[in-house]
Design a protein around this ligand. Structure first.
Ligand code: B4P
Length: 190
C-alpha cells in the first residue's frame, strides 16, 4: 500500500495537492479538516464541540481525530492506499496512526512537507477567506493562532518521521503544477 502523509502549516497547499494526488495515484483522501467540517455541517455533538476550537484556531482533541481516522480506515478495506492531509498534527496522533496501520499490516510510506513562509500563508488564507465562508480564514489574528499551534504542536511531528527516515521537504511556493511535479517525484520513489 502507498500511504502518504502530506504535511505543512495551514495554507501550505495540502488540500490543493491532495486533490491532484488522489487522481494520479488512485488513493483515498483522508482530511481531518474536511471530516470535522462535515460534522459541523451535520450539526453533530462532535461538530459543535469541534467548531468552538476550530473557530479560535486551536486544535481539536487527539482522541476525536484519531477516532475519525480509525473509522475511515475500517470503512475502506480495499483501498490501494491513503493520503493523510492535516493528520497527524501532534506526535500523539502520529504514534496512534502507526498503531492503527500496523494492525492492518501496513505502514506510512513517507511524509512530504510543503515549506511556505508565514507571510505567504497568511496572504493565501485571507484570500481564501473571501469566499470560503470559513471563520478560521477570515481573521488575521485567528490565522496567526493557527500558525502558532502548528509551530508548537505540529512541527515536532516532522521529527517523528525523520526518526523513521521517512521525511522529505519540498518548496511549497510556486505554481500548483510545479509543486505537484516535486511531490510526485518523491512519491514515485516510494
Ligand atoms: P485543515 O482543514 O486541515 O486546513 P488548513 O490547515 O487550512 O489547510 P488546507 O489544506 O485547507 O489549505 P491548503 O493548504 O490546501 O484544518 C482546519 C482546522 O481543523 C485546524 O485549524 C484544526 O482546528 C482542525 N483540525 C484539522 N485536523 C486536525 C487534527 N488532525 N488535529 C486537531 N485538529 C485538527 O490551501 C490554502 C489556500 O492556498 C487555498 O486557497 C489554495 O487555493 C491556496 N494555494 C494552494 N496552493 C497554492 C500555491 N501553490 N500558490 C498560491 N496559493 C495556493
Amino acid at each position: 500500500m502507498l500511504n502518504l502523509v502530506l504535511f505543512g502549516p495551514p495554507g501550505a497547499g495540502k488540500g490543493t495537492q491532495s486533490q491532484k494526488l488522489i487522481e494520479k495515484y488512485g488513493l483515498i483522501h483522508l482530511s481531518t479538516g474536511d471530516l470535522l467540517r462535515n460534522e459541523i455541517a451535520q450539526g453533530t455533538i462532535l461538530g459543535l464541540e469541534a467548531k468552538k476550537l476550530m473557530d479560535e484556531g486551536l486544535l481539536v482533541p487527539d482522541e476525536v481525530v484519531i477516532g475519525m481516522i480509525s473509522n475511515k480506515l475500517d470503512a475502506n478495506p480495499q483501498a490501494k492506499g491513503f493520503i493523510f492531509d492535516g493528520f497527524p498534527r501532534t506526535v500523539a496522533q502520529a504514534a496512534a496512526l502507526d498503531t492503527l496501520l500496523s494492525e492492518k499490516n501496513t505502514a506510512i510510506s513517507g511524509m512530504v512537507a510543503l515549506v511556505v513562509d508565514d507571510q505567504e500563508l497568511e496572504n493565501r488564507l485571507l484570500l481564501r477567506g473571501k469566499d470560503s465562508g470559513r471563520p478560521d480564514d477570515a481573521n488575521p489574528e485567528v490565522i496567526r493562532k493557527r500558525i502558532n499551534e502548528y509551530n508548537s504542536k505540529t512541527a515536532p511531528v516532522a521529527e517523528f518521521y525523520k526518526g523513521q527516515d521517512k521525511f522529505t521537504s519540498i518548496n511549497g511556493i510556486g505554481s500548483i503544477e510545479e509543486i505537484f511535479g516535486s511531490v510526485s517525484s518523491v512519491v514515485d520513489q516510494y
